[in-house]
Each structure stands twice: as structure tokens, then as C-alpha cells.
Design a protein around this ligand. Sequence first.
Ligand code: NAD
Length: 314
Amino acid sequence: MKCNMKDLVISVILFLYIQHIHIVECTCVLSQQRSTESFREMFMGRCLHYQTVINSPEFCSQPKNCTLLWELFLQGFAYQPPCNTSSEGFRPFVRAAYHNTPRDKHIFWSGVYRMIDRYTYGGRKLTAIDDTLIGYLVDGFDFCGSTTSADGNEVNITSCPRCPHSASTAFWSIASINYALDAKGAIKIMLNSSRSPAIRQSSFFFTKELPNIHQPNVTSAHVLLVHSIGYQPKENCSSPSVKNLTTILTSRGISTVCEEQPRDVVLLQCADFPSSTDCDNILISSGSDRQSAHVSFITAVVLNYVFQSFMSHR
Ligand code: NAD
């Protein structure tokens, strides 16, 4: 068979193309198939990182045994059908991974997952559930049990569906209840006012956390309504779902205030979307600030003029 230069070039291009397709497939497969061993390694890595870097003072004297935590977590869903997992199975893990959290720092949220980590400053300013060891270890993982695999863990995570009794729902339900019962002092609640209602009756916040927020543990609540920058909000502090929340909290003796589009949140949004018109003059937002900025500007112009005149007459 004769092979000319053109055939050779085409063969090389085809070869590279096939290699590339293979790489793309590998990447996708990695996010769909996760061996128990690699799940364990990721979990263990997070466990060590949390205790040595993220929140080391809490664990100096009493470090948690990461191997034990992994085993307890796996026991929570192993060998169980993907849509028939009970929260109770995770109770030993939640108990073992629990640690103290600071007073006045708990923040609850609904519909603002992307914002919350930035707002808590990775747990340095406030403590969202993902800033506790329990939430940190599991955040972002899909997982479920398998009735056929050797260790009870489903390796093909695409077959872990979202259903009312999924492993994920079972875990986050008990974790959210535990987190709410642990709140002390002043709490914050951040809600997405770009969706209506801002609080869904089926949400974890409404069904698991709110029923477990009580006096005397929690004394006050600050509701933060946040909407996508550059868009009109769909809800405000007077909207029925928000009013319902403030009424529930107030009736429990928790003094509650509601704030729309708080300035510190807007500043974070503007860092991401600086060209949004909502970010014009963001650093001079209040009337008195704007007035004093104008006065400073005019004073600076006058002083500059006087200085220049003085220099030119010397
Ligand atoms: P939400 O609607 O924004 O959902 C929160 C997260 O849970 C999202 O990542 C969403 O993808 C996932 N989720 C929602 N419904 C689910 C379901 N049925 N099964 C599996 N995952 C589901 O807000 P929410 O429902 O009010 O939950 C937020 C509140 O509950 C927070 O206060 C938090 O403390 C707690 N929570 C946190 C997480 C997390 O950090 N990943 C997950 C669940 C619950």
C-alpha cells in the first residue's frame, strides 16, 4: 500500500483528534464515576485541612479521628437504596464531627449558595454550615448507597437521583437541624429576593432550620434580602414569605430586623460585576456621604487654585 505525505498528515491529525476526544471523555467520566477510594481520599483531605488550616484552634487539644469520621459517614448511606435513605443513619457521624461554634456568628440562607462563602469570608467573619466540619466535609459531593457493590457505596454518581429521601437530602436534613439547634445569640438569614417567594416552604431552611431556632439560644435575627445586581428585586421586606418569617421569629421572642440589599453584600457583588449601573457611585452611596464628598472635592479644587496662583506670583 502506497502512503503519501497527505495521507500521513491526515493520519496524524486524526490521531491527535482521537487522543483529544479521549481526554475530554476521561474528564467527564471522572465527574461521573468516583471510586470509594478516591471519595475517601477527598474526604480525608478535607478533614485534615479543616483541622489544621481552616479552623485549627478548635482542634489543637482534641483532634478528630478522620478515619473514624469517614467510616461513620459511609455507614450513613452504605447499602441503602438511593431514594430510601434515613437521616438517622447519619446521626453517629454528625455527633462525632460536632465541635463548638462561636456565638453571634451563625448565618442561615436560602437560594444564595454562591454568595454565602464570600460573605462569611470562608468562615472567618461568620459561620455558615459549610464553615463547620460537618458541612465542610460533605459540601458539593453527590453520593448515595448501592445495594450491589461490595462496600455499599455507589461508584456511578449519576445514578444518585434527587428525591425526597435521597442520601444527600437525608444528610443535609440532620446536619441542618443540628446546625440550627447550635445557633446562639444574634443570627443572620440571607435570602434571595430575585426569586419569588424568597422562602420556599419545601426548603431546608424553612423545614429543618427555622423550626429549630428558638429563644433563649437565639436572641435576635437580621434578615438580609439580596437580589441579583442590575435587576429589579421580586421580593422585599413586606412580601408575604418574608413577613411570614419575621412574624414567626418575632412571635418566638426573637427581635427581628429585615434589610434589603445590604451595602456589604452589594460591595461584594460589585467586585464581581463592576460595570453594573447599580455599582456607579457605590463608594459614595448615602446622601450625607455624597454631600461630604462634594464638599471635599470643591475644597480641593479651590485650594489647588489658590496654591497655583500663589506660586505663579512668587
Ligand atoms: P437552597 O434552595 O438554596 O438549597 C441549598 C442547597 O441544597 C443547594 O446547593 C441545593 O442544590 C441543595 N438542595 C436543595 N434541595 C435539595 C434536595 N432535595 N436534595 C439535595 N440537595 C438539595 O436553600 P435551602 O434548601 O433553604 O438550604 C439552605 C439552608 O440549609 C442553609 O441555611 C444551610 O444551613 C442548609 N443547607 C446547606 C447546604 C449546603 O451548604 N450545601 C445544603 C443543604 C442545606
